[in-house]
Ligand binder design. Structure first.
Ligand SMILES: NC(=O)c1ccc[n+]([C@@H]2O[C@H](COP(=O)([O-])OP(=O)(O)OC[C@H]3O[C@@H](n4cnc5c(N)ncnc54)[C@H](O)[C@@H]3O)[C@@H](O)[C@H]2O)c1
Length: 248
């Protein structure tokens, strides 16, 4: 059994209210961590926290719109006043499936604001404190969409490819300070994001997975928890959690 060393540590998780984010909250909480749970959907975020941590001692929810740089800064100030952050999991994302002909400039900017700019801003804020304390674990949630091209993936897929590149750059910049930066790259996960594509499209995509099914959020969360654990000598890596959809 992996001793994650997460007990007593604090994890900041974005996009925590549902889907993979909620599984990450549950997994970190189960490991004994405190969790700062950031999401734009305050109602769902609070419900999750009340269910996972009824005493309200180890989960703090914050409503933040990651498109807004000032809101990101204010939220992090609140979190660091609560507890120093040992683990940052950049999980929130804005999905978008549009062809080259359909996508608008506004949609393009919004995808990049959530999927990349917010990661850059939050990582810079959190990593400054991690660097000063000589310890930190940063995990970015990328996607197979950033590793292999797909029609309709211009903005979403490119933002995830950028996130994989950003992971390596920040890993290189922070390696000497005890801070590791890694990514997970899932293919389809059974979350509200995936359910929204409809049963027909879901069945077609599932048929393309060599393992014959899509991932559970818990399966992806387990790999993220490993990357957030204290033993890891892994940095700058992207772990594929994709059922064999892409082997490289
Ligand atoms: N579901 C999949 O099949 C799949 C596959 C590969 C990668 N991923 C990645 O996994 C991560 C989680 O995906 P999911 O399926 O759980 O997504 P989801 O849509 O179910 O949940 C995303 C969460 O992020 C929050 N969020 C979105 N925009 C926000 C904003 N501007 N500010 C604050 N919070 C915001 C949402 O409220 C929601 O709670 C994402 O990075 C996604 O790209 C998902």
């Amino acid at each position: 059994m992996l001793d994650t060393g997460l007990a007593g540590r604090t994890a900041l998780i974005t996009g925590s209210a549902q889907g993979l984010g909620a599984a990450l909250v549950r997994a970190c909480h189960a490991e004994g961590a405190q969790v700062a749970a950031l999401d734009i959907d305050d109602g769902a975020n609070r419900s999750l926290a009340a269910e996972v941590d009824p005493d309200g001692e180890r989960i703090r929810t914050l409503r933040v719109d990651l498109r807004d740089p000032d809101a990101i800064a204010a939220a992090y100030d609140e979190v660091r006043a609560w507890r120093p952050v040992d683990v940052l999991i950049n999980n929130a994302a804005r999905p978008l499936a549009r062809t080259l002909w359909e996508i608008t400039a506004e949609e393009w900017d919004e995808v990049f604001a959530v999927n990349l700019r917010a990661v850059f801003l939050l990582t810079r804020a959190v990593a400054a404190d991690m660097r000063d304390r000589g310890y930190g674990r940063i995990v970015n949630v990328a996607s197979v969409a950033g590793q292999t091209p797909r029609p309709t993936g211009a903005a979403y897929g490119t933002s995830k490819a950028g996130l994989i590149a950003l992971t390596r750059v920040f890993a290189a910049e922070l390696a000497a300070h005890g801070v590791t930066v890694n990514a997970v790259a899932p293919a389809m996960i059974d979350t509200p994001m995936v359910r929204s594509i409809g049963p027909g499209a879901l069945a077609d995509l599932t048929a393309q997975v060599p393992m014959g099914r899509i991932a559970t959020p818990e399966e992806v969360a387990r790999v993220a928890v490993f990357l957030a654990s204290r033993q890891t000598f892994v940095t700058g890596a992207t772990y594929d959690v994709n059922g064999g959809v892409l082997m490289r």
